[in-house]
Structures are given as C-alpha cells and as structure tokens.
Design a protein around this ligand. Structure first.
Ligand code: SF4
Ligand code: SF4
Length: 171
C-alpha cells in the first residue's frame, strides 16, 4: 500500500498532531467498538502488538489503524512510523450504492453512505463494487447476515447532532 507523504516530525497519527509517546491510540477503534456493540478484538486495544500485522476491516471491526515505516529516520536513526486509519470513506459517488440493486445503500445529504438492512438481500454486489474492499459480510450469521461497514454514526449525528464517535475521541 502506498503511504501518503507526511511530515513525520509533526504528525504521528492522521487525527493527532501530538508526539507519538503521548498517543494512546487506537482509541478510535475502541470507541467504534463500544458505540456499535462490536465483538471484543483478540488483543486489547491498548496492546501495541496489533501493529505487528497489517489489518483490514471485517464484520466485527469497522475501522482499523495500521502502522507503516515508509523509510524516514529520526535524529537517532530510528525509523519514523506513520499511522493510517482505514474505514469506509463515504465516497462522493459510492460504487457500493451504484451496485446495490435494492437501494439498501444510499448516499445521505450529510455525506454518510447509509445501509438499510431491511432492504438488503445479501447479494454482496457492494463488496465486489467497492474499490477499497470495505464492506464485510456476516458469514458466521446463518439466519440474518448483514453487510457491515462504518456507518458514519448516522443516527448519532442526525438525531443527536454529535460527531462520529471516533472523531469525538480526538477532542
Ligand atoms: S463502501 Fe467503499 S465504495 Fe462504498 S462508500 Fe465506503 S469506501 Fe466508498
Ligand atoms: S448485499 Fe445488500 S447492501 Fe450489498 S449490494 Fe446486495 S442488497 Fe445492496
């Protein structure tokens, strides 16, 4: 994966300009799990071993933060990490919604690409269409499997006028 050029002296996390040693990330993953009632991960959120592998979203994780070393060194010759948060990008022209034949995925006025499970027939065309391989499927649910992805905290921001929960943690 290509990592965007950033000034690592200033930015240690896409949402946080504090020095790396002060960052208690991935707190955005933790709060996402809490508000969406997602299953606990195999490692605690504060366990830095999660960065030893490159992860993807799945039916139980709507966002993940990965660590990369693009090659820059600090003044002590130590590789400088860059952290990249993956999630649904709520595209302006979402391919997932274009492929959805039932209207279960729609682009809302506030920018969210919203999923209505009551309209979903489980065809999974959205999973094929998304260029970022974001939508996941509940293959382990035999009766009522759902497509799963970041919701943009749609109810939270429309009903309560709040920010998405992951953005709230950065305040
Ligand atoms: S699921 Fe994929 S195509 Fe759809 S809005 Fe998210 S990133 Fe874009
Ligand atoms: S799986 Fe559901 S959300 Fe995805 S394209 Fe099919 S009907 Fe639409």
């Amino acid at each position: 994966m290509n990592v965007p050029e950033v000034d690592e002296k200033e930015v240690s996390h896409p949402h946080d300009a504090r020095p790396t040693e002060h960052v208690e990330c991935p707190s955005c993953e933790k709060v996402c799990h809490e508000v969406n009632h997602l299953p606990a991960p195999s490692l605690p959120f504060a366990d830095k071993r999660v960065f030893n592998e490159t992860r993807r979203m799945d039916a139980g994780s709507f966002t993940v933060v990965n660590r990369y070393f693009p090659g820059k060194l600090d003044e002590h010759n130590i590789p400088v990490p860059v952290y990249v948060k993956l999630q649904c990008m709520h595209c302006q022209d979402p391919a997932c919604a274009s492929a959805c034949i039932t209207g279960a995925l729609t682009k809302k006025e506030n920018g969210a690409v919203y999923y209505d499970v009551s309209l979903c027939i489980g065809c999974r065309y959205c999973m094929v269409a998304c260029p970022f391989e974001v939508p996941a499927y509940e293959y382990s649910e035999p009766l009522m499997p759902r497509v799963r992805k970041c919701t943009f905290c749609y109810e939270r921001i429309t009903r309560d006028g709040r920010l998405p929960a992951c953005a709230d943690t950065q305040e």
